[in-house]
Design a protein around this ligand. Sequence first.
Ligand SMILES: NC(=O)C1=CN([C@@H]2O[C@H](COP(=O)(O)OP(=O)(O)OC[C@H]3O[C@@H](n4cnc5c(N)ncnc54)[C@H](OP(=O)(O)O)[C@@H]3O)[C@@H](O)[C@H]2O)C=CC1
Ligand SMILES: Cc1cn([C@H]2C[C@H](O)[C@@H](COP(=O)(O)OP(=O)(O)O[C@H]3O[C@@H](C)C(=O)[C@@H](O)[C@H]3O)O2)c(=O)[nH]c1=O
Length: 305
Amino acid sequence: MSLGRVLVVGGDGQLGVELRRRLAADAAQVLATTRSGRLADGGACEALDLGEAEAIAPLLRRLRPDHVVNAAAYTAVDRAESEPALAQAINAVAPGRLAQACAELGIGLVHFSTDYVFDGRGQRPYREDDATAPLNVYGRSKLDGERAVAASGARHLILRTAWVYAADQGHNFLRTMLRLGGERDELRVVADQRGSPTPTWLLADAVARILERGIAEPGVRHLAAAGETTWHGFAEAIFAEAVARGLLARAPRVLPIATAEYPTPAQRPAYSVLDTRSLREEYGLELPDWREGLRVSLDGTSHNG
Ligand SMILES: NC(=O)C1=CN([C@@H]2O[C@H](COP(=O)(O)OP(=O)(O)OC[C@H]3O[C@@H](n4cnc5c(N)ncnc54)[C@H](OP(=O)(O)O)[C@@H]3O)[C@@H](O)[C@H]2O)C=CC1
Ligand SMILES: Cc1cn([C@H]2C[C@H](O)[C@@H](COP(=O)(O)OP(=O)(O)O[C@H]3O[C@@H](C)C(=O)[C@@H](O)[C@H]3O)O2)c(=O)[nH]c1=O
């Protein structure tokens, strides 16, 4: 069954690239926006600066997609502390306007949010209706975005995910570790923040399944790889898998440290594992363990399954 015309907003972000790749198999047409109107691979797409929110509705009226997937966001967690107005404009105001336009035109919307809406004091995986209390500007702006989308009346799903990475593109922890691991003998990585590293291919596969089945019940859902680890555990796994594949000659020493020993402008939740049961049951999804997700990502295979 064709998914019809799908518009990927933020088509050159790490998730946007994977969505375009994955949805091309099932959609009649995949349209995309970037700020410049060009894709990094040289292809043409629509120009949309989300800082200019009044441009959103006219673009959607012209393109008339069947679905919009919003993969754009202000994701620089530390920088957001000194640019709160910009984070709010991109992560809250623009998604609200996008959702209003989708409601007006009868377009289904899939929007992404984050585990950083939680304060991390939980002791079991967070469910969708657990209380939110973001610790940083990025998390607050994303939570405001969730609220604006929910209030729009659009047929929508808000997918909260976590610790997103792609092996082949984007700014993410995996690629940072591979780079630093090639440069240094020793790294210090926090071992007291727990979460679930989630590859973009897992998210894109899930979006394809969601669009195929349709959005029946609007609202927030949690979507992340199964299992949990710390950033330190993730780093050790990255190096073990990378060395096994010859991507690195040898693994650096990875010293476990406390968050207090790695000061950053933004505070991060100590625990942000997401309970994904609701979405798995609703859409019949099987979500791989984070370690399996890492292996598949580094193998560079099975990305379109
Ligand atoms: N990365 C992560 O670990 C996590 C991400 N998420 C969420 O998942 C979604 C996808 O994130 P991810 O792919 O990692 O993000 P990226 O940072 O890789 O991509 C975000 C995209 O948004 C675009 N963008 C930013 N500002 C604007 C603007 N003013 N106008 C138009 N486009 C803009 C960026 O374009 P440009 O390059 O030109 O700035 C970039 O292409 C987001 O909603 C994010 O909040 C949730 C949990 C974890
Ligand atoms: C590079 C590095 C980071 N760290 C720590 C800092 C931080 O606590 C943790 C992760 O750092 P990063 O800056 O890569 O990750 P961060 O930007 O916090 O990642 C977040 O991004 C946003 C967009 C989300 O929505 C979240 O789900 C989450 O993925 O690792 C070390 O301890 N040692 C290191 O050498």
